[in-house]
Ligand binder design. Structure first.
Ligand SMILES: C[S@@+](CC[C@H](N)C(=O)[O-])C[C@H]1O[C@@H](n2cnc3c(N)ncnc32)[C@H](O)[C@@H]1O
Length: 220
């Protein structure tokens, strides 16, 4: 017996995916098209079990308004939008016209396009331009890692009490615990992880989903 999380062998990961809600054709085709168009960038897309987790979380919370920092070809935004009611909203922030043009097509195909507003601009500018008070139930941060602390500081005040923030790649593919790695992206994640843990406005847990997913709840 152990109290630690199991290490995932490829077989166990396959089993986990096979025993979670199956991915539908739209998300399956989006993953395939992303792999075909942008093979070197596919690693940026969240995995199927993470997407399902995000949909279920949004639904369980009764979230209505969500914001995403880092949209790429749209996989995670579709998963968020699917967890919201018909009149729910997703503010999707990115800087790439090329990548988000794929997202736009798949938002239509997924039938959630009316929920999504895309802002093509540096996300820090987009967030700073929003009203200062609580306006979102759920945030997902998944963009440039050096920017995480800045995104967090803009987002926490804009999350409603009892709302949540999800932050991706908080393991940095295991590099967070290798002191010999000092590049800006890994250090950005380390700085973020320390910053969020010390933030008394939230309570949080780091989950071993994908490349590490931090889930924080904004205190009332
Ligand atoms: C890891 S990908 C997002 C993956 C996406 N969440 C998914 O599941 O498919 C990171 C995205 O952040 C975007 N990005 C990078 N720097 C940014 C910035 N300063 N402001 C907004 N978006 C940015 C990139 O263009 C890229 O699409």
């Amino acid at each position: 017996m152990t109290r630690a999380t199991e290490s995932l062998t490829p077989e166990l990961y396959e089993y986990l995916v096979a025993h979670s809600a199956p991915v539908d054709d739209v998300l399956g085709e989006l993953a395939e098209e992303t792999a075909r168009l942008f093979p070197d960038s596919l690693v940026m897309q969240i995995g199927p079990e993470q997407g399902t987790f995000m949909t279920l979380l949004a639904r369980l919370m009764g979230a209505h308004d969500a914001v995403e920092v880092g949209t790429f070809t749209g996989y995670s935004s579709i998963c968020l939008a699917r967890g919201l009611p018909a009149d729910g909203t997703v503010l999707a922030c990115d800087i790439s016209e090329e990548w988000t043009s794929v997202a736009r097509r798949y938002w239509q195909r997924a039938g959630i396009a009316s929920k999504v507003t895309l802002k093509l601009a540096p996300a820090l500018d987009t967030l700073r331009s929003l009203p200062a008070g609580p306006m979102f139930d759920l945030a997902f941060i998944d963009a440039d890692k050096e920017g995480y602390v800045g995104y967090w500081d803009e987002l926490v005040p804009r999350i409603r009490p009892g709302g949540a923030l999800l932050v991706d790649n908080t393991f940095s593919h295991g590099r967070v615990v290798d002191p010999s790695i000092t590049d800006a992206s890994v250090q950005g994640i380390r700085d973020f992880n320390d910053h969020a843990l010390a933030d008394s406005r939230v309570e949080l847990v780091m989950l071993p989903i994908g490349d590490g997913l931090t889930l924080a709840r904004k205190k009332a």
